[in-house]
Design a protein around this ligand. Structure first.
Ligand code: HEC
Ligand code: HEC
Ligand code: HEC
Ligand code: HEC
Ligand code: HEC
Length: 370
């Protein structure tokens, strides 16, 4: 046999092995239950000691209220899906404590058929992938409509004792990802907002990027397109867009830094507005409910005696409520830079522009709205 023939057969053989291995990986080899279970045990969904599952243990009787049960209890989610024989789409009763987001929360006949997800705005979104279940719980609890309802008919800069801080809630990734398609941020009247972040076909929905079982991200799946990603920590450095949103002359800095700059500027503007227009200084503590407090000594930082419920901020005007809603929205989605960078940049920009009508925001002229 000629060398060239041997070489040709050799090459064909290698290509066939390659195709077989690829096919096995994608079409044949299901992940073993053992491997899936080992991953799930590491996830927050399985963490029985987490605040997200123990918050109601001391209730008398120990039940998760129906307004919270959908996302904080296995029994509540099964109730919501109608997998416990009750009507789907609603919570029929308070749920027992002591559960986590177990396998059968996401794997039961009803869960596998979810394609419609109703967001707090009332908007129903179609999601044909298994990630529809993720969107049921990671959607937040408030929307532009919640804020608009609270401030209807009130003067923008007049304090109203009827107002209190509106918290969008936590881990709100689906609200960010969907943008205007779900309207979870405070969207100012007369402005238009981007909808769902399409990204690229194979990395468009929750379980494309997050392993559904340990919920982690594998940086190796991002690096073919985002070449600066080598390790997990590098995700934060991703940059694709070429617009200098924060006007610092840097278009290579991480998109997360552009968002960070507008977010930090919004905090400064919120403090400025509270001190000078309302006349009652405000501070924010990300880790302490209800997040906005009186800055009693007006030093601009959170002192240990300030971040507690009895010192909660109470001097709300509609303009302050709108801006703080968006400040918290961005603070509570650490993945916002990936989930929908343009949407959160629009929310931040518009909050700054709106505050600027009452107190001048120095940097605003440099910022660019996407
Ligand atoms: C039934 C409600 C529910 C569903 C469905 C759900 N989650 Fe969660 N998720 C939670 C709760 C509650 C937490 C907080 C857990 C904790 O604090 O320990 C959480 C936490 C997380 C976190 C934070 C990191 C961690 O592991 O704690 C990520 C990421 C996450 N979920 C992604 C997902 C993805 C992806 C899906 C869909 C495959 C999904 N979730 C489906 C309720 C849900
Ligand atoms: C639409 C789903 C959903 C509903 C409804 C919901 N939550 Fe949550 N909640 C979540 C998710 C998701 C998290 C996880 C955040 C994290 O720790 O990553 C969370 C976290 C929490 C935490 C932990 C916060 C922290 O910082 O440790 C508390 C407390 C909480 N929720 C209280 C409530 C209460 C009280 C209700 C009912 C009035 C409620 N939630 C309703 C989805 C929901
Ligand atoms: C938060 C939701 C969630 C939880 C909890 C969960 N899974 Fe999954 N699981 C998924 C999603 C979503 C997929 C589909 C992944 C895909 O299509 O890429 C999946 C896929 C699977 C698969 C592959 C076969 C299939 O149906 O596609 C197995 C096996 C599996 N899960 C078993 C388990 C077991 C066992 C547990 C508990 C230890 C568990 N899962 C917990 C969401 C979940
Ligand atoms: C394009 C990939 C991608 C998609 C799609 C995606 N995420 Fe993320 N997600 C990320 C990245 C990147 C982070 C931030 C990780 C970091 O910087 O630590 C993140 C962060 C999160 C967090 C915060 C985790 C924490 O540690 O507090 C949650 C919760 C989350 N995502 C849930 C979801 C859900 C639910 C969906 C679908 C609605 C979704 N993600 C869609 C990539 C993605
Ligand atoms: C097949 C190529 C491809 C893969 C794989 C990919 N991305 Fe992307 N990514 C893109 C493209 C193209 C854009 C620009 C999309 C746009 O602006 O509409 C983008 C945009 C982004 C952005 C916004 C950057 C900016 O400057 O606005 C982030 C963050 C991001 N991707 C994160 C991820 C993460 C995390 C993963 C892995 C889980 C990932 N991407 C996987 C191609 C990819």
């Amino acid at each position: 046999m000629k060398w060239s023939t041997i070489l040709a057969f050799g090459l064909v053989f290698i290509v066939l092995i390659g195709i077989a291995a690829w096919g096995y990986r994608f079409f044949v080899a299901p992940e073993s239950i053992e491997s899936v279970s080992a991953k799930w045990v590491e996830s927050g969904h399985a963490d029985a000691a987490s605040h997200a599952f123990t918050n109601w243990d001391e209730n008398e009787p120990p039940l998760v209220p129906s307004t919270c049960a959908k996302c904080h209890s296995l029994y509540g989610y099964l109730d919501f899906l109608g997998a416990d024989g009750t009507q789907a789409g609603q919570i029929d009763k308070e749920a027992r404590v002591g559960s986590v987001i177990a396998c059968n929360a996401c794997h039961n006949p009803q869960a596998h058929q979810v394609t419609q997800v109703t967001f707090p705005s009332g908007i129903e979104v179609t999601e044909n992938s298994r990630a529809a279940n993720c969107m049921q719980c990671h959607q937040g609890r408030a929307a532009v409509s919640s804020v608009d309802k609270a401030i209807a008919g009130l003067d923008a800069d007049t304090v109203s004792t009827e107002l209190s801080f509106i918290n969008v809630h936590y881990a709100i990734a689906a609200a960010t990802l969907l943008g205007n398609d779900a309207q979870g941020g405070y969207q100012y009247a007369g402005k238009s907002y981007v909808g769902r972040f399409a990204h690229v076909e194979d990395y468009a929905t929750c379980s494309d990027c997050h392993d559904p079982h340990n919920t982690t991200l594998n940086p190796d799946t991002c690096s073919p397109c985002h070449s600066n990603v080598v390790e997990r920590a590098d995700l934060h450095d991703i940059r694709q867009s070429a617009m200098d949103y924060d006007g610092d002359g840097e278009i290579r800095e991480p998109i997360a830094s552009e968002i960070g700059m507008l977010h930090d500027t919004l905090y400064v503007a919120i403090k400025d507005y509270a001190a000078n227009i309302v006349g009652q200084p405000i501070i924010y503590d990300k880790g302490t409910h209800p997040y906005f407090f009186n800055d009693t000594n007006a030093n601009g930082i959170v002192d240990s005696d300030e971040a507690n419920g009895s010192n909660r901020y109470a001097m709300w005007t509609p303009r302050l409520l709108q801006a703080t809603y968006n400040y918290q929205f961005v603070a509570q989605d650490p993945g916002a830079y990936t989930h929908n960078a343009r949407y959160v940049l629009q929310l931040l920009y518009d909050s700054l522009e709106n505050l600027d009508r009452a107190v001048p925001v120095d940097n605003l002229a440099h910022f660019v709205r996407p």
